[in-house]
Write a protein that binds this ligand. Structure first.
Ligand code: ATP
Length: 240
């Protein structure tokens, strides 16, 4: 069997005395859409930030297509085809939509960058009207689309997303989930952190449940959806 596209092996990450992630292991296969769900403070962001190289694990490994990339910098992860849409979007408020995308496309040649910019307008039609708008003036939903587009500028094989629907109005949550559906059709491998467990499990191939830094459950989206105990215990009231 070929190696998973992404593998996290027994990862432990600390913030000083706080062990935010304990021995967490997961795999994401080629073209798979895998969700990481769990309550506030479970360690979801810590896991993504460790995978992308923003945090160094105290033990464990991160493998991309079987290659050990533990401790690689975020820049070198991009060259390995892994990109992160971070929590709270972190777009440049003073730059226009186009400029935000241009900055994200800095690692590719000019012709490729132009082609990708055109692809982004196709995927996110609202950019056409907002092309020269400063990102600081975008609504929450628009800013989230820009954050996702920015990560796509490097055409990553593996897309990591941290709470893409957080803080969005219900119609915009729908839009984000539609977009995740389109990205899955493109065959993009995705590992997505999401508190909206009900919605996540509707489109997940598989999901892992993280609590207090540990993976406590896993299964296909359908399997975990049946587990009403799980959904109501950990996430029932958090759907927005
Ligand atoms: P949320 O949904 O609230 O973002 P999460 O599941 O993403 O939660 P993390 O943000 O990874 O969880 O946090 C895991 C644990 O690590 C929490 O107890 C949190 O308080 C702690 N933590 C996170 N960042 C830091 C930090 N920079 N310094 C110290 N402790 C931190």
């Amino acid at each position: 069997m070929s190696a998973p596209e992404l593998e996290v092996r027994s990862l432990t990450t600390r913030y000083g005395a706080i062990r935010a992630l304990r021995d967490a292991s997961l795999t994401v296969g080629v073209g798979e859409v895998v969700f990481l769900i769990g309550p506030n403070g479970a360690g979801k962001t810590t896991l993504l930030n460790t995978v992308i190289g923003l945090l160094r694990p105290t033990s464990g490994q991160v493998l991309v297509r079987g290659e050990d990339v533990t401790g690689s910098s975020p820049d070198s992860m991009i060259t390995r085809g892994v990109a992160l849409v971070p929590e709270h979007r972190r777009i440049f408020a003073d730059l226009t939509v186009k400029e935000n995308l241009m900055v994200a496309g800095i690692t590719v040649d000019a012709a490729t960058r132009e082609r990708r910019l055109a692809e982004m307008v196709e995927l996110f039609p609202l950019f056409e009207k907002k092309w020269t708008t400063s990102a600081g003036y975008l609504s929450g939903g628009e800013a989230q689309q820009l954050a996702i587009a920015r990560a796509l500028m490097s055409d990553p094989e593996i897309l990591l997303m941290d709470e893409p629907s957080l803080g969005l109005a219900p119609t915009l949550v729908d839009l984000v989930f539609e977009l995740l559906g389109s990205l899955r059709e493109q065959g993009r491998t995705m590992l997505i952190v999401e508190q909206n467990a009900q919605r996540a499990l509707e489109i997940a191939d598989r999901a892992y449940v993280l609590r207090s830094g540990e993976i406590i459950d896993q299964g296909t989206g359908a399997e975990l959806r049946e587990r009403t105990d799980l959904v109501s215990a950990y996430f029932g009231s958090q759907d927005t």
